[in-house]
Design a protein around this ligand. Structure first.
Ligand SMILES: Nc1ncnc2c1ncn2[C@@H]1O[C@H](COP(=O)(O)OP(=O)(O)OP(=O)(O)O)[C@@H](O)[C@H]1O
Ligand SMILES: [Mg+2]
Length: 402
């Protein structure tokens, strides 16, 4: 096992595309690091440079204590798993797993031992004598993983390995991957554009945009303390709600927008140094859907939350929760960072917007029984409001922005 350290790494493709721009990233020994971001942000390029499949245009990559800039892939002691894995169709699962080790002239008993261990870990024991054509997609992907595992490399590099699987299989493979990482503790760099996958798998997650690192942190910190509008809008599903608002202080500090006034708790000003300098000015306010609740079904934890009367335009029932879509009487925020984040979203809202209104989402408990067209009171946890500078898009008071 080994750490992987990228220092000021650039990639400029022939034709001048700067796919990776000054990337600094320290992946700790044994860490599961996820690279996430919208299509074309440079995730695969970064991974391929670590693997040695792509030259680097500038900077330095070290695996363990060795700079590998000029080391060919085979000498880097890493194993890659891709979205489009290719198994040998004429070989059994067992032969597929053993093939790479045979090439390396490993003694037979050692090959057998490693193949058996990998098969056990991945639940492939009963399929060892089958050929790939007789396996499901998920089982084939497990074999591809198994081929990486048997090599016992210093690091695993994975590029969207689950994206060809259906949703249910992805969830169970995610669990297998988590388990495997727990067991083996091998340093892993994992690329995905799926932020749910990123949040559930990563010890830490690195968010990229246009080749530039936005934030690298634990999933919880990315969710609670996004460093800018882009990360705030990209991580979390449904996406964070945004509005341009004014900070005021009259009989207490508050944020005012669309005829709504939400009080700002004193603790917020302590948590976010510099926020008080925005009193009397415009900011971009962000509220996560999960920080709302239906006033009628909210528990006592919502005591003291601010109330927001709304009309439910659309409701999406998810079983234990309901997404309530409602309109806010304010134009959608047009900042380059929210636009880009919205474009990257998968569940694009198809509600026709009438001019100057913004569509917001509240995620409430299913006990709410709210129906489309109903007027309800939402309550909102004002402790979790996010504030962004209208020009820079940076989160106000975030330690990285001070
Ligand atoms: N061989 C290449 N030659 C020129 N440009 C390339 C090459 N490969 C990738 N690019 C460009 O580099 C940028 C980053 O590409 P990359 O494949 O790393 O993105 P990605 O984040 O993996 O995207 P996706 O989520 O779609 O896989 C893109 O603008 C892409 O068009
Ligand atoms: Mg890619």
């Amino acid at each position: 096992m080994a750490s992987i350290v990228l220092t000021n790494v650039d990639k400029i493709y022939a034709g001048g595309v700067k796919a990776v721009d000054g990337l600094n990233l320290e992946i700790k020994d044994g860490e599961f690091m996820v690279l996430v971001g919208p299509s074309g942000c440079g995730k695969s390029t970064a991974l391929r440079m670590i693997a040695g499949l792509e030259d680097i245009s500038g900077g330095e990559i070290a695996i363990g204590d060795k700079v590998v800039n000029h080391l060919p892939p085979k000498d880097r002691d890493i194993a890659m798993v891709f979205q489009n894995y290719a198994l040998y169709p004429h070989m059994t699962v067992e032969e597929n797993l053993a093939f790479g080790l045979k090439l390396r002239k490993m003694p037979k008993p050692e090959i057998q031992k490693r193949v058996n261990e990998a098969a056990k870990m991945l639940g492939l024991e009963t399929y060892l004598k089958r050929k790939p054509a007789a396996l499901s997609g998920g089982q084939r992907q497990r074999v591809a993983m198994g081929r990486a595992i048997v090599r016992e490399p210093q690091a695993f590099l994975m590029d969207e390995p689950l994206s060809n699987l259906d949703a249910k299989l992805r969830v169970s493979m995610r669990a297998s991957l988590n388990q495997m990482h727990e067991r083996l503790g091998v340093t892993t760099v994992y690329v995905t554009h799926d932020q749910v996958e990123a949040m559930t798998l990563g010890d830490r997650v690195c968010v990229l945009r246009d080749g530039i690192l936005q934030q690298v942190d634990t999933p919880q910190n990315l969710f609670d303390k996004p460093v800018n509008l882009f990360v705030a809008g990209f991580m979390g599903s449904p996406a964070m709600n945004f509005v341009t608002a004014e900070l005021v202080r009259d009989d207490g500090a508050a944020v005012v927008f669309a005829g709504i006034r939400l009080p700002i708790p004193d603790s917020t000003f302590t948590d976010k140094p510099g926020l008080d300098q925005y009193i009397g000015k415009k900011i971009i306010l962000g509220i996560r859907p999960s920080d709302f609740e239906d006033a009628g079904s909210a528990g006592s934890h919502a005591n003291g939350w601010a109330t927001l009367p709304v009309k439910a335009e659309v409701t999406e029932e998810l079983g234990s929760e309901i997404n309530v879509l409602f309109l806010i009487d304010a134009p959608p925020v047009e900042h380059k960072d929210t636009v880009a984040a919205a474009d990257a979203g998968e569940d694009e809202e198809a509600l026709p917007l009438t001019g100057d209104k913004s569509l917001w989402t509240a995620r409430v408990n299913a006990r709410s029984h709210v129906r489309p067209g109903q007027h309800i009171d939402l309550v909102v946890d004002t402790h979790n409001m996010h504030f962004f500078d209208v020009t820079s898009g940076l989160a106000i008071g975030h330690e990285a922005n001070r």
